[in-house]
Ligand binder design. Sequence first.
Ligand SMILES: NC(=O)C1=CN([C@@H]2O[C@H](COP(=O)(O)OP(=O)(O)OC[C@H]3O[C@@H](n4cnc5c(N)ncnc54)[C@H](OP(=O)(O)O)[C@@H]3O)[C@@H](O)[C@H]2O)C=CC1
Ligand SMILES: O=C1OC[C@@H](O)[C@H](O)[C@H]1O
Length: 428
Amino acid sequence: MVFAALNRIYAGIINPPPAKKRDDAIRFGLLGASNIAPIALIGPAISHSEVVIAGVAARDKTRAEAYAKKHNIPIVHSTYEDLLQDPSIDAIYIALPNNLHYEWALRSISAGKHVLLEKPSCSNAAEARELFTHPLITTAGVPVLLEAFHYRFHPAWQTFLARIHDDPEAGNVKNASAQQYLPKGVILNDDIRWRFDLAGGAMMDFGTYTLSCLRQIFKEEPTEVLHASFRGLGTPHSSLPEPDQIDQAMSATYRTADGATGTLQADLAVSGGWPLLPSSWTRNFPGFGWPKCEVELDEKVLKNWDGQVHAVQRTVILWNHLAPSVYHRIDVEDTHTIRAGDQVVKTWKESHQEKAYKWPIGDPRRNDEQEWWTTYRYQLQEFVNRVKGRVGSGVWVDADDSIKQMEAVDETYRKAGLKVRPGSDFKL
Ligand SMILES: NC(=O)C1=CN([C@@H]2O[C@H](COP(=O)(O)OP(=O)(O)OC[C@H]3O[C@@H](n4cnc5c(N)ncnc54)[C@H](OP(=O)(O)O)[C@@H]3O)[C@@H](O)[C@H]2O)C=CC1
Ligand SMILES: O=C1OC[C@@H](O)[C@H](O)[C@H]1O
């Protein structure tokens, strides 16, 4: 198991096998010399025959040149706008602070470029509505715009959803939870995530994934935020603009019209919780927690005969939805009960575990994917399929989804007593 995981990490992240590039490959330009691009796009592009990372622009040209050299990017522009106006660039990757997503997505689309836009798509719902309903992206034949919720494109996530929504044993969703934690200290004090003016905060970061997970699990929009509470920044951050508006961690519970509930936990600075040691010793040490989604379904009647009922109640857990190519596990537990009236005649459990590094054998989505493909590599595959007009796996994040996501983010901030993240004044 460890050896297989190391192999997947090596081929998927450390040293992806290079593909021979096609003449009609999509030429990507990067806005900003960002920390995330090497993992989210530059690395995945190496093994894709139809993607070339052709250019980068950064606010500081010397930094852009150093970044280009490190990552073998041939073209360097000294302004973001110059990159957009470069006719040799087909698509733009936007991994800028959240408050700049709206403006640069609009600018990129209006320059005729396809856009892979980092999550969260915008600073708030008003911007998302403006962006995703703009005629520049709603008219036929316009460029592709995708909010980069990479985890959704991996077969592990889609298999998890299938166990909740598609199996005969699956009742309605009753309760769900989604959690993501980063150890304290990983995100430094001057990071964009701690800046209210840059639309930062835990809810905009790990919160946006966990909320997206719950919305997918519910398969309908939550109608109410039942509870939301946050842990703020400590004193080292007091020099930042409006530090009291930043959530270092967020916890929120939602309810749907059908009465299902779901809770998210998103923490960008976890401490303590070490096993075996007294909590008083470790409470200031960095803590760890697996990314995890768990769902409890309502009981479902499978069979009804001669006054007896056979029902099943399912629980499903996905361990590590965030980096499933490294390792993941889907646990399915079905509790079967046979009843005669109120009397339980028999009850038993059936459990199994699943892995889905690729689409299942015989599945029409199965193609030339590899077990080491990361979520970002699967996402890139679908982005290219969309640009090229192919059917692909069918997984996508559409405009309405991105709008509803930001509406729920805003509602969470309101419920927590924090301000909705500030939007930009940019107009095309
Ligand atoms: N999909 C995923 O797994 C991940 C997604 N993300 C998302 O990607 C985006 C960027 O995150 P990350 O790469 O960590 O960010 P970085 O801290 O690396 O910043 C990205 C770029 O933002 C530019 N920038 C523009 N204005 C500012 C400013 N005022 N302060 C700081 N930087 C500025 C810089 O560009 P320049 O080079 O021009 O100076 C910088 O290179 C975020 O939206 C985040 O949510 C982040 C991590 C993981
Ligand atoms: O996947 C991620 O990992 C680190 C986070 O801070 C980042 O924004 C997120 O997208």
